[in-house]
Ligand binder design. Structure first.
Ligand SMILES: C[S@@+](CC[C@H](N)C(=O)[O-])C[C@H]1O[C@@H](n2cnc3c(N)ncnc32)[C@H](O)[C@@H]1O
Ligand code: SF4
Length: 319
C-alpha cells in the first residue's frame, strides 16, 4: 500500500457562508448540469489513475463546498454522487484503496444525505475493521458558527457519527488570532477536544480569500490573520502541552498528494495541485517566497515572516 492519496473538489457551493471562506465569490449556487459534469469528470480521473498506476493507494477523498446540507436536492445529482462514492468503495473492496475521506460541515439540518452515505459504506465495504470512513470536519473559533444552533448541530452529529465502528475523525482548524488566543488563555483545550471527539487535528495557516490580496482579506476580516507574537507563544505552549499536535502542525504529509479542483474547467492541469511531501512545496499556481516556501505561509497580520520557517525554527532550536 503506497502513502499516496488524492482529493477531489466536486463543487464550491455551500450554505454555511463562513466569513473567511477561501472560496469567496466561487461559493455560489452551482447549476445541476455542472454538478453532474464534475461528478462524471471525477469518476474519469479515478478510472484513469487506476488504469495507469499499479500500486494501491492510501485514500480517495471528496470535498466541496458542501454536499449534505441541501446541495443534492436534484435526484439525478444525488444518484450520481452516490455512484461515484460506490466506485471508490468498490476500489476499497478490491484493496486498491485503503480508506475513504469526505469533508462535511455538519452545521445545518438533519444531515440525512450524509447518513445515507455512511450506510452505503456500511452495506458495501466487506472488511470494515480494515477500511475506514474518515469524516473530515472543521472547527473555528470565529467566523464559522455564526448563527445560533450551528455549533450545537455540529457537536450533535459529530458525536452521533461515532456510533459507527468504521468512522474516523479529523478536525481542521485555521490558526486565526482568536483561535490561538483561545488556546493561550485556556478557553480552548485541544487535548480535551481531541479526546471528546476522538479526533486527530490538522492545524493550518490562514489564507487569503481567493482573488483577494492579503490586505483586502485583512481589511474585511481584521481579526483573521494572527499576530506573529501570538503564534510564537502558541508554538511554545503546544510544544510543551501537546507534542504530538505540535509535530503535526502545518504538516504537509497529512495532506493529500494530489488535490483536483475546478473540474468544470476545460484545462484540468490548472486545477491540479501537487503537494511534494519531501520538499513541502505545492505545485499549482503557487507563488514562492524568498525562503522557498509557498506565499500561503506568509500569513501574519503584522509581519512578512514565513509561518512555516518560524515553526521549523521553534521545532529545531526550541525558541
Ligand atoms: C473550503 S472548506 C470545504 C469543506 C467544508 N465545507 C469545511 O468547511 O470543512 C475546506 C477547508 O478550508 C478551510 N478554509 C476555508 N477558508 C480558509 C481560509 N481563508 N484560509 C485557510 N483555510 C480556509 C476550511 O476551514 C476547511 O477546513
Ligand atoms: S463550510 Fe467550508 S465551504 Fe462552506 S463556507 Fe465554510 S469553509 Fe467555505
Amino acid at each position: 500500500m503506497s502513502d499516496f492519496s488524492m482529493q477531489i473538489e466536486l463543487w464550491t457551493e455551500c450554505n454555511n457562508f463562513c466569513e473567511f471562506c477561501y472560496l469567496g465569490e466561487a461559493n455560489k449556487f452551482v447549476p445541476d448540469e455542472i454538478k453532474l459534469h464534475n461528478i462524471a469528470r471525477a469518476s474519469e480521473i479515478i478510472t484513469d489513475y487506476f488504469s495507469t498506476h499499479d500500486e494501491n493507494i492510501k485514500a480517495i477523498g471528496f470535498l466541496g463546498g458542501e454536499f449534505f446540507q441541501g446541495q443534492m436536492k436534484n435526484p439525478k445529482v444525488k444518484k450520481a454522487f452516490y455512484n461515484l462514492c460506490k466506485q471508490v468503495f468498490d476500489l476499497i473492496n478490491a484493496n486498491r484503496v485503503q480508506d475513504f475521506w469526505c469533508y462535511c460541515t455538519l452545521t445545518i439540518g438533519d444531515q440525512e444525505d450524509l447518513y445515507t452515505l455512511v450506510e452505503l459504506f456500511n452495506n458495501t465495504i466487506i472488511d470494515k475493521d480494515k477500511h475506514h470512513f474518515w469524516i473530515q470536519v472543521s472547527y473555528d473559533q470565529k467566523g464559522r458558527f455564526t448563527l445560533p444552533g450551528k455549533f450545537e448541530n455540529w457537536n450533535k452529529h459529530l458525536l452521533k457519527l461515532q456510533q459507527y465502528s468504521f468512522t474516523r475523525f479529523n478536525i481542521t482548524s485555521i490558526m486565526t488570532e482568536p483561535f490561538l488566543q483561545a488556546v493561550l488563555n485556556n478557553e480552548l483545550n485541544l487535548t480535551e477536544f481531541q479526546n471528546k471527539y476522538k479526533t486527530t487535528f490538522f492545524l493550518k495557516q490562514a489564507n487569503c480569500i481567493t482573488d483577494t490580496l492579503k490586505q483586502e482579506t485583512a481589511q474585511k476580516l481584521p481579526w483573521f490573520f494572527p499576530k506573529r507574537k501570538t503564534y510564537l507563544a502558541f508554538l511554545q505552549k503546544l510544544r510543551l502541552e501537546n507534542p504530538n499536535l505540535f509535530d503535526n502542525l502545518l504538516n504537509i504529509t497529512l495532506r493529500s498528494d494530489y488535490m483536483y479542483s475546478q473540474l468544470d474547467d476545460t484545462d484540468l492541469s490548472e486545477g491540479l495541485n501537487i503537494r511534494n511531501k519531501e520538499t513541502w512545496e505545492e505545485y499549482g499556481s503557487e507563488v514562492i517566497q524568498k525562503c522557498g516556501h509557498s506565499v500561503n505561509y506568509q500569513c501574519y497580520a503584522d509581519s512578512d515572516a514565513c509561518m512555516l520557517c518560524d515553526y521549523f525554527k521553534v521545532k529545531e532550536e526550541g525558541f
